[in-house]
Design a protein around this ligand. Structure first.
Ligand code: NI
Length: 179
């Protein structure tokens, strides 16, 4: 069990464009995924991108592992199956967009509203090099867009168009103890 420290906004590596993974089913790649899983689980993340733990590769994980209890930070995450997605390609389906509150382990303690595409198709590979492909909507689509943005050096505050919706989690939700 390795819980890595998560880089926080201000760290230049979070603004870098990450490299494609060129070799699958390697010890290094499996170790990276394990570190990411342990870190996401320990911090109740809805997703995590490799650059957030200092590895500039196009690897993201997201969703809820089977059998884990409800995610206190993102109850909606329970509807998203646990997924490893490497070298992802996103195709937006239609022009429909929706606003939703986002947080990020690299921007701790804060939330803000971001406009994202509602429907998209994603494809890529798992850690064994097996193809992963899905058409998704709503929260699942939002998580994928947020995580894949990390691979291009984009943090959600950079996507915000109304900074009046940016605030501290405990101020926005005073009655809940959300991390
Ligand atoms: Ni994030």
């Amino acid at each position: 069990m390795t819980v890595c420290s998560v880089l926080r906004m201000g760290e230049p590596l979070l603004l870098a464009v990450a490299d494609e993974v060129t070799a699958f089913d390697t010890l290094e790649l499996h170790a990276l995924i394990q570190d990411m899983e342990d870190t996401m689980a320990a911090l109740d993340g809805a997703g995590l991108a490799a650059p957030q733990i200092g590895v500039s590769l196009r690897v993201v994980i997201f969703g809820q592992e089977e059998g884990r209890s409800e995610n206190p930070r993102y109850p909606d995450a329970n509807s998203v199956p646990y997924t490893v997605l490497i070298n992802p390609k996103l195709t937006f389906l239609g022009y429909e967009q929706e606003d939703g509150l986002e947080g990020c382990l690299s921007v701790p303690g804060l939330r803000g509203i971001v406009t994202r595409y509602t429907h998209l198709h994603y494809s890529g590979f798992d850690q064994y090099g097996k193809s992963v492909e899905r058409t998704v909507s709503d929260f699942h689509a939002r998580v994928v867009q947020h995580e894949c943005d990390h691979l291009d050096g984009i943090l959600y505050p950079m996507r915000m168009t109304d900074l009046t919706t940016f605030g501290y989690t405990d101020v926005i939700f005073p009655d809940q103890s959300l991390p």
